[in-house]
Design a protein around this ligand. Structure first.
Ligand SMILES: Cc1ncc(COP(=O)(O)O)c(C=O)c1O
Length: 311
């Protein structure tokens, strides 16, 4: 067993498993990358490193500066983790619409958490834009670097490793890959790598049916953390995906419970959406083909949703 000498080396190289129970007979095989095994329990650790280290390389981020970001708490937990390691102060704008566990995680890593209130407790189309305005405002006080995850192409760099790992873990070849989008960094970062190996690999981006900004051009209130940001993600490059689909939130939530009970994969609702769509694609592609998707997180930071308190 190799020894990780540095905590940053604990990011990535996550397992990729085949789903054995929730995929009906007569379908393509479905593989899921278990990103909950990253240090903060989410794939966002990959982008938090790249967003910080690319800025350091350019000289935009220097020791002593404060990092500022608006986030539901997955990116925020990952950035708080990297800031703790590298010694940066971190001010994070989040909201009561996201799990208390995430807010507590960011604080535990030493972040200063600033809350924008959502009166309904839902993720509305106005919420993320108002969190971004607040983050921008805060970043103008003092020597700050606003990582601006929704518009920052440095996030794509971090997800290249996930694509390369998938190619190594599924040597038979990947016919389709799908993922739900927030900022769209994960799907597009992986898509770049998969398409460079096989131009015909089909890439499908997903969103909650109640917030169909990509498929119908408007947002809406929902409770799927991390996705459905209410506007078209600026990083969503149309040349890198083949189609977009909306998935019912309730179906995603049901699937995330089935994944825990039937496959032993504990993950949040966005993962449920990913697997619902992966199975849909697997039915369309049929036997002999392979669909890959991602278990975005460990589910532990969104326990109340996985367990259904929010239903
Ligand atoms: C739990 C979860 N799933 C999915 C996503 C979407 O990832 P991306 O922003 O790379 O599109 C996020 C992003 O915050 C997330 O937190």
């Amino acid at each position: 067993m190799s020894t990780n000498r540095h905590i940053l080396d604990a990011i990535g190289n996550t397992p990729c498993v085949e789903l054995r129970h929730v995929v009906p007979d007569g379908c393509a095989r479905v593989f899921v990358k278990l990103e909950g095994l990253n240090p903060t329990g989410s794939y966002k650790d990959r982008m938090a490193v790249s967003i910080i280290e690319e800025a350091e390389k350019r000289g935009d981020l220097k020791p002593g500066m404060t990092i500022v970001e608006a986030t539901g708490g997955s990116t925020g937990s990952s950035l708080a983790f990297i800031c703790a390691i590298k010694g940066y102060d971190f001010t994070v704008v989040s909201s009561n619409a996201f799990a208390e566990e995430k807010l507590q995680t960011m604080a535990a890593y030493g972040a200063t958490v600033d809350i924008v209130s959502s009166p309904t407790g839902k993720i509305t189309p106005e919420l993320i834009p108002s969190m971004r305005v607040r983050a921008k405002e805060l970043s103008q006080n003092g020597d700050c670097y606003y990582t601006d995850q929704f518009s920052n192409p440095d996030v794509l760099v971090g997800y290249g490793s996930m694509g390369r790992e998938l190619l190594g873990q599924i040597p038979e070849g990947i016919d389709a890959f799908c993922g739900a989008v927030g900022g769209a960094g994960m799907v597009l970062g992986v898509a770049k790598v998969l398409k460079s190996k096989n131009q015909n690999c089909r890439i499908t981006v997903l969103e909650p049916a109640s917030a169909p900004a990509i498929t119908k051009g408007h947002g809406g209130p929902h409770s799927v953390e991390g996705i459905g940001i209410g506007f078209l993600p600026p990083l969503l490059d149309k040349t890198l995906y083949d189609d977009a689909r909306a998935v019912e939130e309730a179906e995603g939530r049901r699937m995330s419970r089935r994944l825990a009970k039937e496959e032993g994969v504990l993950a949040g609702t966005s993962t449920g959406l990913n697997v619902v769509a992966a199975i849909e694609l697997a039915k369309e592609l049929g036997p002999g083909k392979i669909v890959a998707t991602v278990a975005c997180d460990s589910g532990l930071k969104i326990r109340r949703i996985v367990l259904g308190d929010e239903m």
